[in-house]
Design a protein around this ligand. Structure first.
Ligand code: 26Q
Length: 824
């Protein structure tokens, strides 16, 4: 009977306009007389949202009815960027909306630009989670993401006098993509104590009591798949005081202020995303965030499972939980606690369920990034969990002792508890022990974790517990959305846009590598993308750059291991060379624009120094009449997802130059090549697999190999340290104050000259400069260059995140898609 009332949204341009206007006038209560771009955005977003919501509800019903195993992706970060363009492309009515907006007097791209990025992440790990949600929905997997609803996303970066300044990102003023579920709440406990007693049968019972309660409120966002009706759910938890808005007892006894203060303390838990992406600083609030989110998510998952009335042993047949790094590791003792303390299962039965449920993805081998939490802090905040962690450790160590009685140091090495002062819980070990599969994110990285940080665990569990899933990117956002003209050109050759959902068919493009018309258009598109970025640079930095120059781009979080310092030292070297040239020599120089972008963690002083140096070099070089168009140096402020969509399609060369063995995978390398750029890179992370796919002749590799890094570092300390002479000359210029007060940069230089050059900048400098020289020469042969770029694009099919998700589904989750009845 209700069917005739069910909503269907708009189908035509006129219907779209009517819906958008209706939303502007009623949902927003705004008059059309002052309808600005923002109102046009809001109306468009709300019109598309209506359509998404209908399929979203149906998908959830369908998934419940199908009664299949679901995937839960636990990630403290989802770097989603903007949602409107994605929604339009997936719903497939962008052209209708474009015409409708034109009728109302607006340009689509201006309207799209009104939306703020959902920037709930730091960098690669957060963006990977966002690409995975896109692929999960597109491939029709029943999957949910779980995270926190931060009131402040990653800070906005401003550059003031060449320095990074952090500005809070309050992004929730208007967010049409989220749906508060005030009826979906979970009470989460902190602190308190554990009381133990024996029940009638003599069984030990533990009760965690007298804690402080904070309530988690669910906010849901729809995740539409491409060319499918499947629309999955991203659930974000927001914290609030458990007593609600009015604590009458306190209010009535005159403790109103205290009541409000309690409320604010509770709300602090989900207030802010931690802006570190490589350093674990052991802050209590971070631990509270982690537990709050794990506890709320697990309660929600268990609640859904219990509705099915299945036996507990079926839990792992209904639920797969993937841990995005160690940040959600507390979910392991939390599920064990639920099963033994609340559901009354025996330890062994519960533990088998836990291990079968979880998978753990590792994203780093850097020791300073491996999470550890102090035992006293855990004891205070989560006393019952600490007991369970000790019990897990005891069982595990007994198992190890039985199986490796001869290896006497083994127990200390693999213990979850580090015997330091204070004792620490090693979260990565707990994650390995509590999961059935552990994966790295590129082949080299997955090999490295097996021979370094998890070496002993490979002996204990055997090699099959450890596997590799090389990262990928969604071609919908990173090709079709970011580079629509290229996407269309490819579609015209491949017979439609289906390739976006089966990227391996890209290889068919190689047949057109000699097609004159195709080549011309391909080149024109790259040029147009460079013109667009040039305009953006002119507007933001006030510097005119020549779009015909070679665009050399390094955009990623600022970190010593990523070696932006190597890049800027190379730029300085280039500058000094140009300064020495005669006018005749200058004519032979390939003009270049060096573009940087990326945020430094607010407390990471060295990374901030590199930002400052880049800006100082830019100031000097860009104003130097001797140099002119031959070299420009640009730092783009506030690099984020929506800016990446403009920057990446405009590159000729991008830099992925981490010290070998330090970058787990990297994912922007894939985005750049897919958009017709080439790479300069080290033999690190996914660069190695990109080389395997595109061919050695289509990538510029340089530098020492990961197997030699340890020896080189050793040699710096115990033998002589030989500073590369070209780098020495660069340092002399810095010390002489060519780029401003030399004192500002002394720590950066000293770290290399006097303190062991941990990241091997000097060792790799010559090889880097030589390779940049090769690039200059290669770029001059525009025809060969174009062949390289087209060939590379056509060989990037492997790097779709669809391929990764199918690998996770098959090797780790054992889940199947739930196909909607009709597609499209
Ligand atoms: C840990 C403890 C306390 C506070 C913060 C953190 C923290 C937060 C974020 C530690 C690490 C991160 C993020 C790491 C990250 O982005 N890693 C990148 O993951 C990508 C996806 O797999 C890889 O491509 C990159 O190589 C890797 O650096």
């Amino acid at each position: 009977a209700w069917k005739k009332f069910s909503a269907k949204g708009f189908e035509t341009k006129d219907e779209f306009e009517a819906e958008a206007v209706r939303h502007i006038e009623t949902t927003l209560a705004r008059s059309l007389f002052n309808c600005d771009e923002f109102a046009a955005y809001a109306g468009t977003a709300l019109a598309f949202r209506d359509r998404l919501v209908i399929e979203w509800n149906k998908t959830q019903q369908r998934h419940t009815f199908a009664d299949q195993k679901r995937v839960y992706y636990l990630s403290l970060e989802f770097l989603m960027g903007r949602a409107l363009d994605n929604a339009m492309l997936n719903v497939g009515m962008k052209d209708i909306a474009k015409d409708g907006l034109a009728d109302l007097g607006f340009r689509m791209e201006d309207v799209i630009a009104q939306e703020r990025d959902a920037a709930l992440g730091n960098g690669g790990l957060g963006r990977l989670a966002a690409c995975f949600l896109d692929s999960l929905a597109t491939l029709n997997y029943p999957a949910w993401g779980y995270a926190l609803r931060y009131r402040y996303g990653i800070f906005r970066q401003e550059i003031v006098d060449g320095y990074q300044v952090e500005v809070p990102d309050y992004w929730l003023d208007f967010n049409p993509w989220e749906f508060p579920r005030h009826d979906v709440t979970v009470d989460v406990q902190f602190y308190g104590n554990v009381r133990k007693y024996q029940d009638q049968s003599g069984k030990q019972i533990s009760v965690w009591e007298n804690g402080e309660i904070v309530t988690a409120v669910a906010y849901d966002a729809p995740i539409p798949g491409n060319a499918t009706k499947t629309t999955n759910n991203l659930r974000l938890w927001s914290s609030k005081a458990s007593h609600g808005e009015f604590d009458f007892t306190k209010f009535n006894s005159g403790e109103y202020e205290q009541s409000v203060a309690d409320q604010q303390r509770a709300e602090t838990i989900s207030a802010v995303l931690y802006p570190n992406d490589s350093l674990d600083r052991g802050k209590e609030l971070r631990l509270k965030q982690q537990y709050f989110w794990c506890a709320a998510s697990l309660f929600d998952i268990v609640r859904r499972f219990k509705k099915s009335k299945k036996a507990w042993k079926d839990f792992p047949n209904q639920v797969a939980i993937q841990l995005n790094d160690t940040h959600p590791t507390l979910a392991i003792p939390e599920l064990q606690r639920i099963l033994i303390d609340q559901e009354g299962l025996e330890w062994d039965e519960a533990w088998a369920i836990v291990q079968a449920t979880f998978g753990y993805t590792n994203h780093t081998v850097l020791p300073e990034a491996l999470e550890k939490w102090s035992v006293p802090l855990l004891q205070h905040l989560l006393p019952r969990h600490l007991q369970i962690i000790y019990d897990i450790n005891l069982q595990f160590l007994q198992y190890v002792e039985r199986n490796f009685p001869k290896d006497r140091d083994m127990l200390g090495r693999v213990s979850i508890i580090e015997e330091s002062q204070p004792k620490m819980v090693r979260m990565a070990y707990l994650a390995v022990i509590g999961s059935h599969k552990v994966n790295g994110v590129a082949e080299l990285h997955s090999d490295l974790i097996k021979t370094t940080i998890f070496k002993d665990f490979v002996k204990i569990y055997g090699p099959d517990k450890f596997t590799n899933v090389t990262n990928g990117i969604t071609p919908r956002r990173w090709l079709h959305q970011a580079n629509p003209r290229l996407s269309e050109l490819i579609a015209s050759k491949l017979g439609g846009f289906e390739y976006l959902n089966d990227l391996t068919t890209l290889h068919k493009l190689e047949a057109f590598v000699d097609d004159k018309e195709f080549r011309k258009e391909f080149q024109e598109i790259k040029y147009a993308n460079k013109v667009r970025l040039s305009q953006y640079i002119k507007e933001k930095n006030g510097v005119a750059v020549n779009p015909a120059a070679l665009f050399d781009i390094q955009v990623k979080r600022m970190h010593e291991y990523k070696r932006q310092q190597l890049n800027i030292f190379g730029v300085i070297h280039r500058y000094l060379e140009i300064k020495d040239m005669t006018p005749e020599e200058k004519k032979k120089v390939q003009p270049r624009v060096s573009i940087f972008g990326g945020k430094a963690a607010p407390g990471y002083w060295m990374a901030k120094t590199v930002i400052h140096l880049i800006n100082q070099v830019g100031k000097v070089v860009n104003a130097d009449k001797d140099v002119g168009d031959l070299l420009k140096v640009i730092f783009l402020e506030d690099y984020n997802v929506s800016k990446a969509e403009i920057i990446i399609p405009a590159s000729d060369i991008s830099e992925h130059i981490s010290t070998a063995g330090t970058e787990a995978s990297g994912t922007s390398n894939m985005k750049f090549v897919l958009n017709g750029g080439l790479i300069i890179g080290t033999c690190d992370g996914a660069n190695i697999e990109i080389t395997r796919e595109v061919g050695e002749e289509n990538i510029f590799l340089f530098g020492n190999l990961s197997e030699d890094v340890e020896d080189l570092r050793h040699a710096h300390y115990y033998e002589e340290f030989n500073l590369d002479p070209m780098l020495d000359r660069v340092f002399t210029a810095i010390r002489e104050g060519v780029f401003g007060d030399a004192g500002q940069f002394s720590a950066l230089v000293d770290g290399i000259v006097d303190h062991g050059d941990y990241y091997l900048v000097s060792d790799d400098f010559k090889s880097y400069v030589d390779t940049q020289r090769l690039i200059d020469e290669a770029y001059k042969k525009q025809d060969e260059w174009l062949t390289k770029t087209i060939t590379s694009v056509s060989r990037m099919g492997f790097f779709s995140s669809d391929r990764c998700i199918d690998e996770y589904a098959e090797m780790i989750w054992n889940v199947e898609p739930v196909k909607p009845q009709t597609n499209g």
